[in-house]
Design a protein around this ligand. Structure first.
Ligand SMILES: Cc1cc2ncn([C@H]3O[C@H](COP(=O)(O)O)[C@@H](O)[C@H]3O)c2cc1C
Ligand SMILES: O=C(O)c1cccnc1
Length: 338
């Protein structure tokens, strides 16, 4: 659908290092109109900020959400063989079938959001390499996954919601966060889809082993994404870069989607300016990661699912934000003086 393709890692790196920006003139127009609306200035709180963000990236003083796309990328992980998840990798495949049959949480939440839902199976759900032993992906596979993610973005979208399915990927998220921002497995790992105490110990060890194996490349965020990441994580990264070039704002979900795109922030402080984080996951590393990115999640509902659930969930709030901005009358219209 989109022509955004990176021919090699250096093309990808240069796109990461030169992010586009929101349209400041549009943001000024939105701010100016907001000041005329029949409410005390600032009284719609974060709804006002979200309207400026949407309009600034859409380059529209009257932001719209007619075409919202949710994309779920699915992948499997070599480290699952080490007992880091309470679930076997076959569940990834079974959940992909469930997505196609309309039976998962994201099917219901994307429908409530008035969004389309795309499901992308990465690398035929073949697992990555065990990152404690080798890079999770070779460079060509990593680049291919980034490009697959970029190609999944509908260039006509008004908003992109990204999500994932991949048994074991909360371990991968924690490894990415630790690789990018420092700290150990203990500080970044959480129970994911229900790991018990014994599994948590293995998870922490696997993350620490992965950090140790790849310590020579931890200063390069793209190498971190290649060595410690996953197929669906690389695809989310590619989708989010493509969205930025297409001026499409992005709603992230929880820990896994935030960690997948965190390399963009590590490469450039403005790298995730077109993204917001839908909710604060119950996965404990998420709040810490959100703070590292200088963001504040929209909701805190105790979700710990993934699939893009927390991104789709907040779309109705965004609709509320733009309905107020676009539909409210001004003090002049209403004949209210001050
Ligand atoms: C039935 C089921 C549906 C899911 N939907 C999302 N996840 C979430 O849980 C997985 C990560 O947790 P961990 O790292 O502990 O394996 C990912 O697939 C994520 O999307 C699910 C997990 C399960 C079991
Ligand atoms: O926050 C997430 O992304 C998450 C949490 C638990 C399981 N899977 C994903």
């Amino acid at each position: 659908m989109t022509a955004i393709t990176f021919s090699d890692i250096s093309a990808l790196r240069s796109a990461c290092l030169t992010p586009s920006h929101a349209d400041m003139a549009v943001i000024e127009r939105i701010t100016a109109r907001d000041a005329t609306l029949t409410k005390p200035p600032g009284s719609l709180g974060r709804l006002e900020e979200l309207t400026r963000w949407l309009g600034g990236w859409q380059r529209r003083p009257t932001p719209t959400l007619e075409r919202v796309q949710c994309v779920v990328f699915a992948g499997n992980h070599g480290i699952v063989a080490r007992g880091v998840s309470a679930w076997p990798p076959e569940v990834t495949t079974l959940m992909v079938r469930n997505f196609h049959n309309g039976g998962a949480a994201i099917n219901q939440l994307s429908a409530c959001a008035g969004a389309s839902l795309s499901i992308v199976e990465m690398e035929n759900l073949q697992p990555t390499a065990d990152f404690t032993q080798a890079p999770a992906m070779d460079e060509a596979t990593f680049l291919h996954c980034v490009n697959t993610g970029a190609a999944a973005v509908d260039p006509k979208s008004d908003l992109l919601c990204v999500g994932e399915m991949g048994i074991g990927n909360t371990t991968v998220a924690a490894a990415l966060a630790a690789g990018l921002f420092g700290g150990t497995g203990r500080e970044w790992a959480g129970p994911g889809a229900g790991s018990d105490d014994a599994s948590m110990v293995r998870k922490i060890d696997v993350i620490n082993d992965g950090l140790n194996t790849h310590r020579a490349v931890l200063d390069d965020p793209l190498a971190v994404a290649q060595c410690l990441g996953g197929h669906e994580m690389a695809a989310m990264l590619g989708a989010v870069i493509a969205a930025r070039s297409l001026n499409i704002p992005v709603m992230l979900d929880g820990y896994v989607s935030t960690a997948a795109v965190a390399p963009l922030y590590a490469l450039h402080a403005e790298g995730l300016a077109h993204c917001r984080i839908g909710h604060n996951s119950a996965e404990p590393g998420h709040a810490r990661l959100t703070a590292k990115l200088g963001q504040k999640a929209l909701l805190d509902f105790g979700l710990r699912l993934g699939e893009g659930s927390g991104a789709a969930l907040v779309v109705p709030l965004l609709r509320a934000a733009i309905a107020c901005h676009n539909g409210m009358h001004t003090f002049t219209d209403a004949g209210i003086g001050n």
